[in-house]
Design a protein around this ligand. Sequence first.
Ligand code: IFM
Length: 483
Amino acid sequence: MTQTAAGTAGRDDYRDSGLQFPADFVFGSATASYQIEGAASEDGRGSSIWDTFSHTPGRVVNGDTGDVADDHYHRVEEDLDLMKSLNLDAYRFSIAWPRIQPTGRGPVNQAGLAFYSRLIDGLISRGITPVATLYHWDLPQALEDEGGWANRATAEAFGDYARIVGEAFGDRVAVWTTLNEPWCSAYLGYASGAHAPGRTEPVAALRAVHHLNLAHGLAIRALREVVTNDPQYSVTLNLHALRGEGTSGPEAVRRIDALANRCFTGPMLHGAYPADLLEDTRALTDWSFVEPGDLETIRQRIDILGINYYSTTLVRVWSGEGERASADGHKAVGASPWPGADDIEFLPQPGPYTEMGWNIEPSGLEELLTAVHAEFPDQPLMVTENGVAFDDVVSTDAGGPAVHDENRVDYLRRHITAVHRALEAGVDLRGYFVWSLMDNFEWGYGYTKRFGIVRVDYDTLERLPKDSARWYAELAATKRIPA
Ligand code: IFM
């Protein structure tokens, strides 16, 4: 799933309107537990690695934490009504493991189950399809204390946790997603230290890659044993849309593609780690933590492969002269997230840029979808996240406060046009989820980056649909890109 420097860029600006999607194409929105829920120590919720990390001085901008976040835990009915008003077909949320098992294993916290049960029932009663993610980064701290994802036992505990939620909600959830962006969990959490638990141990990051893959397989197995409806199973990966620069570009793309993409798609979809990945990282590890039978466990049939896309990545092999470029947008802080790839340069890319500093390049999404489809032609795909942070301005209109976020509408239009083009090219694409339903805790950046189509006032916690929310609501209702 690698792309070339040329790609489809330049064909035009992707600003189409009037394009019609199939009637069963799903338009939804996505959030994650720690980013919106708040109520961090209520109703028996245990502590997660993000509680610890965000409460550690210097880890998160402004010392922000998810203690209150959007207070979704207490405003769930209001938020459900909001989703209904936006005509969403589906809502992708995550379940906080420490709300269900406060220490990651053992006794189940019934209050935690009750919260998600109310959420799921509330979605179904409003005609919105529940899409549940089991893990969006809030690992119970007790498991991290035993070694976290570098420890095999964490994957086994995850299988048990999946069984518990499968037994509780396996009559109602339509799509189960095991992991969100295991790349971030492994590499930002254990190599660069920019995310919780903030470790900078490259070998631990590779062990985490494998244990996350194993957790995915164990979870699907456990779910299949207990669910009683006929759901779809999936995983969500933030596959990197890679482009190479110069003569060393193809080699740099191959190296990063192995670490970023094929280390997950290889075992999950082909049943093997790529030989070149093992070779490239041989100085760090012999991968003996991969035990007999693991690859068979990891390779589970999935109904949907979820893809999160925000921007492209431009690489080349460093010549060894001058300063090595590391314009690697996701990980501006911390050590390198790339084990064994210290000789790879991440180059600045042409703008425009989002508030995260990420380049806006819808052609990257079209290329990524068509490349994944070419490699896995029988695998249905879903864009499970795409969206943008901008500095929104609240205007005081005659009718009350408003956010006229034309820039976000433009970003969404261009990327949804890319999605439509991939569909036209024959990609089996089932849906698109905008990130995010509402502004929320953007991890190491705290509340300084606003990705929502609904604004959240962090003083009053009031929700205010932005112009992009109205635009998206029209798209969801008509399945046609609005003018
Ligand atoms: O906010 C995150 C989300 O939790 C995972 N995908 C990327 C988003 C924007 O950074």
